[in-house]
Write a protein that binds this ligand. Structure first.
Ligand code: SAM
Length: 224
């Protein structure tokens, strides 16, 4: 039975690739990746010579059909995203759903590893026995509903945000959760990794004083 592997890759530090991930990426017939420039950096670092093909949220039906035809022919494929675990807030989920439907004979196998969610959860210091993950905040419609969901959760909430919107999002969120403890993780595993902890207003002040660059994961403590 041939396989589609969902291979977790580093969220910054290239050393965070598992031995099994390395083995699979070397052995499959083709690696599907989001941005080929990002994938090439990782593959060059590990001298992986496997061919790559881009697969992302804008991939057309022709490309998707080609991928499905390879699986039907018995090829083994690996899917990687730009960072972390494929299928978490990226196009991986859509591919898995299509493969399940169109080529049910293919085994879909995870190769677990880094994810920005688990990395942030692990260092939050909040009780993480249960938590809510909400992906990215909506940019326009339903933003208020998103903030209300964060504010009303009795479990800690994790979400992603880009450097362009982090201050705006935290400032708007502060209105819904004044004085609530949060942890903002920036550039996890990378050279400029920074963890900001404290009440939301203090954290906003601290981040604003730094250079606002990089990638962010936010953990908000649950409603008491
Ligand atoms: N599938 C990925 C995972 O498992 O972490 C997440 C994909 S999502 C499209 C990308 C977002 O994850 C970024 O915008 C950022 O919010 C977060 N992220 C990824 N790498 C990160 C890092 N090194 N530090 C902080 N956040 C990160």
């Amino acid at each position: 039975m041939n396989k589609l592997y969902l291979v977790a890759t580093p969220i910054g530090n290239l050393k965070d690739l598992s031995f099994r991930a390395l083995e699979v990426l070397k052995e499959v017939d083709l690696i599907l990746c989001e941005d080929t420039r990002v994938a090439k950096k990782l593959l060059a670092h590990y001298q992986i010579k496997t061919p790559i093909l881009s697969y992302h949220q804008h991939s057309r039906i022709k490309k998707i059909n080609y991928i499905l035809s390879l699986l039907k022919m018995g090829k083994n494929l690996a899917l990687i995203s730009d960072a972390g675990t494929p299928g978490i807030s990226d196009p991986g989920g859509k591919l898995v759903s299509l493969v399940k439907e169109k080529t049910p004979q293919v085994k879909i196998t995870p190769i677990p590893g880094p994810s920005a969610i688990t990395a942030a959860a692990s260092i939050s210091g909040f009780s993480m026995e249960k938590f809510l993950f909400l992906g990215f905040p909506p940019k326009k419609r339903k933003r208020k509903k998103f903030f209300e969901e964060v504010a009303n959760s009795k479990y800690p909430v994790i979400f992603y945000e880009s450097p362009y919107r982090i201050i705006k999002t935290l400032t708007q969120l502060a209105f819904f959760i004044p004085g609530r403890e949060i942890v903002v993780c920036r550039e996890l595993t990378k050279k400029f990794e920074s963890i900001y902890r404290g009440k939301i207003d203090e954290v906003i002040r601290e981040i604003s004083e730094d250079e606002i660059k990089g990638e962010f994961v936010i953990v908000v403590s649950g409603k008491i």
